[in-house]
Design a binder for this molecule. Structure first.
Ligand SMILES: C[S@@+](CC[C@H](N)C(=O)[O-])C[C@H]1O[C@@H](n2cnc3c(N)ncnc32)[C@H](O)[C@@H]1O
Length: 212
């Protein structure tokens, strides 16, 4: 897995100064280096762009790395709503999205994502693309909310679903969230409203289309 991902990154990654500055800003602020991998970021841009999504919801902003990748997919026409627990992280993410030229197209909702999602449902909001990348304990709950908030045909993408390979490889070090990810993968694979597949890029992404 690691070898394959290093190979993909080495062939397909092109130096991206803006995203590298985002990673530096995360380090300088003493935050954990847990942004999506470069190839995952590139895939997010491609998926938003190919699907033509214009109204994106992200769960887990950190310093704005994935936010920039998502926004690049819709360019000048589109909006990103990003949910983040920590106020300071949302502030940094907004600064970084602004540097990337998307400052006016993004809005942050801070606090527990589950509460923000409840608010979005009660406000009758709808989205055509979702990216789940926050606390692993709530992935199943996040998925349920995403389906409630989805326009027909929307895409729901979730990161870290391979849990470092431990969902499939018993010799890989088990993670705290290995069992959660196994359950989540089963859920998206068998959900009657979803058409799904797992793509082994980075730490693994599930891509689900909400049936029309
Ligand atoms: C893996 S990081 C997100 C990385 C980001 N998607 C990127 O690639 O640039 C997970 C983020 O989720 C946030 N988070 C954790 N638990 C949360 C919760 N209950 N509600 C909202 N955000 C949460 C963390 O503060 C952290 O910033």
């Amino acid at each position: 897995m690691k070898q394959i991902n290093s190979y993909i990154d080495s062939v397909f990654y092109t130096k991206d100064e803006l995203l590298e500055e985002v990673l530096s800003s995360i380090e300088e602020n003493g935050m954990r280096s847990i942004s999506v991998s470069p190839s995952t970021g590139k895939l997010l841009t491609l998926l938003v762009s190919i699907s033509g999504a214009k109204n994106v919801l992200e769960i887990g902003a950190l310093g704005g790395y994935s936010g920039i990748c998502l926004a690049r997919g819709f360019g000048k026409e589109g909006t990103l709503t990003s949910l983040e627990l920590v106020e300071d992280y949302a502030t940094l993410a907004h600064q970084n999205l602004s540097k990337a030229g998307f400052g006016d197209q993004v809005s942050y909702m801070t606090g527990e994502a589950l509460q923000s999602l409840e608010k979005l449902v009660s406000d009758n909001k709808q989205f055509d693309f979702f990216f789940i990348d926050a606390d692993k304990d709530n992935y199943e709950n996040y998925l349920k909310y995403c389906i409630k908030l989805a326009e027909p045909g929307a895409l729901i993408v979730a990161d870290n679903v391979l849990a470092g390979g431990s969902v499939a490889d018993q010799s890989a070090k088990s993670k705290r969230y290995t069992e959660n990810m196994k359950k989540f993968n089963e859920m998206v694979a068998n959900h009657p409203q979803l058409e799904s597949l797992l793509i082994p890029i980075g730490d693994g992404l599930t891509v689900s289309k909400v049936k029309e």
